[in-house]
Design a protein around this ligand. Sequence first.
Ligand code: DX5
Ligand code: ZN
Length: 226
Amino acid sequence: MTVRLAPSILSADFASLGAQVAAAERGGADLIHVDVMDGHFVPNLTMGPAVVAAVRRVTTLPLDVHLMVTDPDRFLDAFAEAGAGILTVHAEVLPHLSRTIQAIKQLGCLAGVALNPSTPLSAIEEVAGEVDLVLVMSVNPGFGGQSFLRNSESKIARVRQLLTGARSVADIEVDGGIDPGNVGLVVAAGATMIVAGASIFGTKDPESAARTLKGLALEAAGAGRR
Ligand code: DX5
Ligand code: ZN
């Protein structure tokens, strides 16, 4: 198993989004992570399908769309239409999680389920065999640039156990506060997709920041022979 880097454009300079995405791509980005916030599920407002469509026009990388919204079912079609490759929804807002996962797949996208730091694994136990990825939030969602919560490491390891038990090879994505100092730890714990915003786009040289982070992640994955 290898590890992929998904720079989050939340911390990018929106006035130069095309150039910022291109820099991340040159630095080895494997996907582009788009944080959609509705000011309700999380206390912030960000982007919608129009931004996804705009990013779709400037890169061939898959778009990894993270829906931090109260009613994601209403918007799945619009994001799929805009060019999302992965649609990740939060378990906390979905009483019929399996139905939403199937709806995402029917739209031709990969289906992800995200867990807030305080949400137990049991929220995804029954759908472990259906999901394409599990996103472990390592900060409370809403803003870029927050500090990594250390207990996320053990949560990643427990998600891997749950997936293995369900005979699933789904990705585990970690999102929030990832930087060169902790990326190796989360990869060692079992993360296969790394989201990073501030530690890439908050620097003067996003291309080289992405390259450094990806190098460290691959090194850790190699060390674990995964
Ligand atoms: C937080 C978002 C993250 C955020 C990560 O609510 O889901 O994707 O952009 O940014 P950093 O890496 O700056 O914590
Ligand atoms: Zn995110």
